[in-house]
Design a binder for this molecule. Sequence first.
Ligand code: NAP
Length: 283
Amino acid sequence: MSAQLISGTALSQQIRAEVSQRAAALAASGVKPGLAVILVGEDPASAVYVRNKVKACADTGVHSVLEKYDASLSETDLLARIRALNDDPAIHGILVQMPLPRHIHPQRVIETISTTKDVDGYSVRSAGDLMAGLPGFRPCTPYGCMKLIESTGVDLRGKHAVVIGRSNTVGKPMALLLLQANATVTVCHSATPDLGLFTRQADVVVAAVGRRDTLTAEMVKPGAIVIDVGMNRDDAGKLCGDVDFDRVKDVAGWITPVPGGVGPMTITMLLVNTVESAERVAN
Ligand code: NAP
């Protein structure tokens, strides 16, 4: 392996230690940072994600409230609950775990969360703030990817970054964050005819597709930074990313593993956003 491993687990530990210190300082000044997590329905994967978020809060001194509702909860009742949390001074961040049952409109739910508590950064207002370069909450997964890239010490100014994927939650905000860091950015997607043509020119590749082996060794420029957002299963049922890690690691300069790369950073940046929200209130 010639690439240096970028460990999201190690970087997360470091950032979570900083979150703990900031949470303790806030608590000492009378403001305990608080996150409300809402889970509607019985989706097993969502239950695991929610459990991990609540545990991460407990580990870092962030107060969390988990509200679980039956899948039959009406949209009206969910929106009323969010409005109550918007008005609750003990809560600085509100997260509604996706996916929601089909009868609930996800964007209506997201837009009901107060902009000052939108720690997932999914609202149109938060997206607009990012687009305009204004302060606001950045979506946790691309925000975490930026921290992983920063940890390499490579200055992105003048570098070419290729993002594979254009979802509202990962690909698009990722491209905007890279642009803000002065990279020249290309966004590829399912209608891109020759992905390798673009990735071979990239100093940084962020793969956010959801299909294993999307990025193979011959598609990577030697020395590039490769960030793997994908979460897939291989034939043996083992968790894997979008990148052919075993071969790409011999070509890339830096690479994130799956698991232990982007995954732990997503929850960590949720904690960062929640503490930042509480700091805004305290100040
Ligand atoms: P998504 O909404 O399904 O978007 C996938 C994107 O990939 C789309 O923009 C799609 O293009 C593009 N795509 C599909 N096939 C492609 C191909 N052959 N070549 C190039 N682009 C292609 O998924 P997402 O929510 O962004 O998530 C992407 C992956 O990241 C998933 O595996 C997800 O589980 C994972 N994820 C991980 C974390 C974490 O914390 N580790 C967090 C979020 C997501 P079109 O727009 O043209 O359809």
